[in-house]
Design a protein around this ligand. Structure first.
Ligand SMILES: [Zn+2]
Length: 470
């Protein structure tokens, strides 16, 4: 017994030293036409793996913008297919560098429309825009690894880093998870304004070509009224600063597209636009803010249920009236009905998600329809018209680690379990058409079909329908 104590103590001391020793330090250097990243890795391990970029947006050519690779310490082998760097450190340290260089050509088009323009970096003397997974190689399965980011030299224009909000290119210290899914943007016209909501500072980042004062005013007002409402709904309100980044496309006239993260969102839009806050863009921003909460699990949930949340919150926050919910839902119903893949099983649709825009929208609209269906079933069983709230409250405990199994278990406490399982298999897994039986409808509305069979939501009792949002 007496011998065991010092041995155990020794082991514990070593283990904690080893944990403390591991870190990754990134130094960024502006090269005029690209961003040089020097990565110094400290690790007690014999090998450690990092991953570069993702296949989001259906990208397959990420390694083409990963250039001028050089190793100073240790050795690094790269598997281009999985974009994984396997590092064998020398005396617990490795150091290597690479340059991220990618500019979208004039008139660039892609199978996913504007999607690839959003996921690809766009870096040169006039503009810096990149999702951070395209800049930083990040440790595989080690979101807690301590990291620092320093800029040895910066572009000749202001830069905003969503992981370091309000601090520009100042030194950042955090963990790998902070920088793995984020965005950085720079532009000669870039401005950073603060918006106070709930006594906390949030950031409005724009690079406006037109009507700067008017656009900023409208965006601030929108954020102020909407963010307060949705934060109150989730009850976790104003934790940390939230950043909204509105950035013009260089050579794309898409109205807008966006991406939501837990601490902010970005939207890229048609640079020729006079007014940023059109109805379509407002709805897009609302959807992206919604991803702060709904951002995990099979696509039908973070996208489809987030569409339901978008339509619901636009009404609940007073930005629009209940009839707008109906028109928003009808757009989805019509899109779903006319989708060539509308009866494709969930597994196949998830697999082919980035292959074709129709697969993408299929899962948004199928999930939205399913959420609407569940609200009706909940109201039928409990008599409570505002079904969305208890449904979201039931998923809240596992919102960051969402699985279909957990979801079904949580929903089974709100409604008939057998019915729930049967409907999930039918409408989500198998992709059958939604029946929208009259007896399952939320109160104050019904589904009507035109001669082609396209379903449409019709409000039959405005006062009863409005109760769903109160
Ligand atoms: Zn989304």
């Amino acid at each position: 017994m007496r011998f065991l104590i010092p041995i155990t103590a020794l082991f514990l001391i070593c283990a904690s030293c080893a944990r403390q020793d591991r870190h990754a330090d990134y130094v960024l250097e502006w090269k005029g036409d690209g961003l040089k990243v020097t990565l110094k890795v400290n690790t007690p391990l014999d090998t450690v793996r990092f991953t570069y970029a993702s296949d989001n947006g259906g990208q397959k050519d990420q390694m083409s913008w990963f250039q001028d690779f050089a190793v100073d310490r240790g050795s690094v082998s790269i598997d281009s297919a999985s974009r994984t760097l396997t590092i064998v450190p020398r005396r617990n340290q490795a150091e290597f560098s690479y340059v991220v260089r990618c500019t979208l050509p004039e008139g660039y088009g892609s199978p996913g429309g504007c999607l690839m323009d959003v996921f690809r970096p766009d870096i040169d003397g006039d503009m810096l825009f990149s999702r951070t997974e395209n800049i930083f190689a990040v440790p595989v399965d080690d979101e807690d690894m301590p990291v620092t980011v320093e800029w040895a030299s910066t572009p000749p224009y202001p830069v905003f880093c969503m992981y370091n909000p309000g601090k520009g290119t100042d030194r950042f210290q955090g963990v790998a998870g902070d920088i793995a899914w984020s965005v950085m943007a720079g532009d000669p016209l870039l401005t950073v304004d603060t918006v106070m909501v709930g006594g906390r500072k949030h950031y409005l980042v724009t690079a406006l070509r037109k009507e700067a004062d008017l656009n900023k005013k409208q965006l601030k007002e929108y954020f102020h009224s909407f963010y307060g409402t949705i934060s109150d709904f989730w009850g976790d309100a104003y934790s940390g600063p939230y950043s909204m980044l509105f950035f013009p496309f260089r050579n794309n006239t898409w109205e807008a597209t966006g991406n939501g993260f837990t601490n902010g969102f970005f939207s890229r839009y048609d640079a020729t636009a006079d007014t940023i806050l059109t109805i379509n863009r407002r709805d897009l921003f609302t959807h992206e803010i919604g991803h702060k909460w709904l951002n995990n699990g099979p696509v039908w949930f973070p996208e489809g249920f987030n569409e339901m949340q978008t339509a619901y919150q636009l009404v609940a926050s007073g930005l629009d009236d209940p009839s707008y919910f109906a028109s928003y839902f009808n757009h989805a119903l019509s899109g779903l009905f006319h989708n060539p893949y509308r009866n494709v099983p969930d597994e196949e649709a998830e697999e082919k998600f980035w292959e074709d825009g129709d697969y993408i929208w299929l899962l948004y609209w199928r999930g939205f329809s399913y959420a609407f269906h569940l609200c009706g079933v909940y109201e039928k069983e409990t008599g409570h018209p505002n079904a969305w709230k208890p449904i979201m409250e039931a998923v809240k405990p596992f919102i960051d680690d969402f699985t279909a199994e957990k979801f079904l278990t949580a929903m089974a406490s709100l409604m008939d379990k057998e019915r729930l399982q049967k409907d999930y298999e039918k409408y989500i897994l198998q992709g059958a058409d939604f029946d929208f039986f009259p007896e399952d409808m939320p109160s104050g509305c019904r589904i009507v079909r035109n001669s082609e069979g396209v379903p449409r939501l019709e409000i039959t009792d405005e006062a009863a329908f409005a109760k769903h949002f109160q």
